[in-house]
Ligand binder design. Structure first.
Ligand code: THU
Length: 131
């Protein structure tokens, strides 16, 4: 897989912030990072809750943090899980809301030690809902 320095940096941030995941119920820590059109990198982690359904995924935390910083265009994503899983459906939809070009938006999938796969957001969410 061809990785630019910017991609490596994005994956490294997802790995680094994963250490802050609050995953005391599932023990499944997830780190994510998004790169915005202006070049900013923003990380997110999963934040679980004793009321399980209130858990928020790492990818959505990253997106919401970016938006709160005034960044509304996501151009690349990295997700780091223990087993190299891909983002859940809800996160794909939320990422898609802020991806101006889902066919160009790369989604890097990794574990703490290995790069697992590279998709585009369009591949992960074909026919996403848009208004
Ligand atoms: N999780 C994420 O952070 N991202 C996903 O795309 C799927 C699942 C979290 C939620 C929960 O804290 C843990 O992983 C197990 O489901």
């Amino acid at each position: 897989m061809n990785l630019s320095d910017a991609d490596r940096e994005l994956i490294a941030l997802a790995r680094q912030v994963r250490q802050n995941a609050y995953a005391r119920y599932s023990n499944y820590s997830v780190g994510s990072a998004v790169r915005t059109a202006s070049g900013k990198l923003v990380g997110g982690v999963n934040v679980e809750n004793a009321s399980y359904g209130l858990t928020v995924c790492a990818e959505r935390v990253a997106v919401l943090r970016a938006v709160a910083e005034g960044e509304r265009a996501i151009v690349a994503v990295a997700v780091v899980t223990p087993d190299g899983a891909t983002p859940c459906g809800a996160c794909r939809q939320v990422l898609s809301e802020f991806a101006p070009d889902p066919e160009q938006c790369l989604v890097w999938i990794a574990t703490p030690d290995h790069l697992v796969a590279r998709y585009t957001l369009a591949e992960l969410l074909p026919h996403g809902f848009r208004l």
